[in-house]
Design a protein around this ligand. Structure first.
Ligand code: Z5A
Length: 209
């Protein structure tokens, strides 16, 4: 039986640099002969991408916070079953743009839903599967928002939230990193990109074969 692959996620609030750093991580791992399955949440399967579209763009009626939480986990269940678990079982590595740490941050922190509900759904949908490593890119909210704004384009349902929402998201992420330091690596993403990428390499290196 092949060895199980590693499950790496990249997390953080608005404009922290996830999209910027994902190709860098892929290339770094490829240079170590590690072929990575790249995916994202919400999304990663046909149905989960449809759910993403509903969540990010106004579907024609307001979405309750509870429905938002349940939709996120419905998409995650599809994603785990069709993409993540099969890849890991084949010994492949998976690099996922956001995962359940984002649910704690956005639905638990941002929307102020009970963390116990997120935790129950996490156990129900994932059993004991957790990322081997979550790279948490962190910048003060104002910096992230300014970066995202400079990038241009239309704001989605989440990006249209007020600054207090993103402050709660950030607080939740930082609290999670403190609670699970063995699997959530906090990276100061306000540094120049080369320093951020150096920290990413340092976080990934202990997992290399
Ligand atoms: N969501 C949820 O609510 N619950 C969940 O469980 C999950 C998700 C899984 C998906 O958005 C939304 O779903 C997300 C939460 C919700 N909503 N929000 N917000 P997403 O993940 O697809 O996209 P995003 O969060 O909106 O990411 P982003 O705004 O695209 O940011 P980013 O990818 O982290 O940033 P970037 O595009 O790489 O960088 C932004 C700019 O900064 C860009 O111009 C870069 O060139 C620049 N940059 C990057 N790094 C640096 C450094 N180090 N210095 C200077 N400039 C930099």
């Amino acid at each position: 039986m092949p060895e199980t692959g590693k499950f790496i996620t990249i997390e953080g609030g608005e404009g922290v640099g996830k999209t910027t750093n994902i190709p860098f991580i892929k290339e770094f791992l490829a240079a170590q002969n590690i072929n990575v399955v790249m995916t994202r949440e919400p999304g990663g399967t046909v149905l989960a991408e449809k759910i993403r579209d509903l969540l990010l763009h106004n579907p024609g009626e307001s979405i309750t916070d509870d429905a938002e939480l349940l939709l996120v986990f419905a998409a995650r269940s599809q994603h785990l079953h069709h993409v993540i678990k099969p890849a890991l079982a084949q010994g492949r590595w998976v690099l996922c743009d956001r995962f359940t740490e984002a649910t704690y941050a956005y639905q638990g922190g941002g929307r102020a839903l009970p963390v116990s509900a997120v935790n129950w759904l996490e156990n129900f949908v994932q059993d004991d599967l957790r990322p081997d490593l979550a790279l948490l890119l962190d910048v003060p909210v104002e910096i992230g928002m300014a970066r995202a704004k400079n990038r241009g384009g239309q704001l989605d349902r989440f990006e249209s939230e007020r600054i207090e929402f993103f402050e709660r998201v950030r607080r939740s992420y930082l609290a999670q990193a403190e609670q699970h330091p063995h699997r959530i690596r906090l990276i100061n993403a306000a540094q120049p990109l080369s320093a951020v990428q150096n920290d990413i390499i340092n976080a990934l290196t202990p997992l290399l074969p």
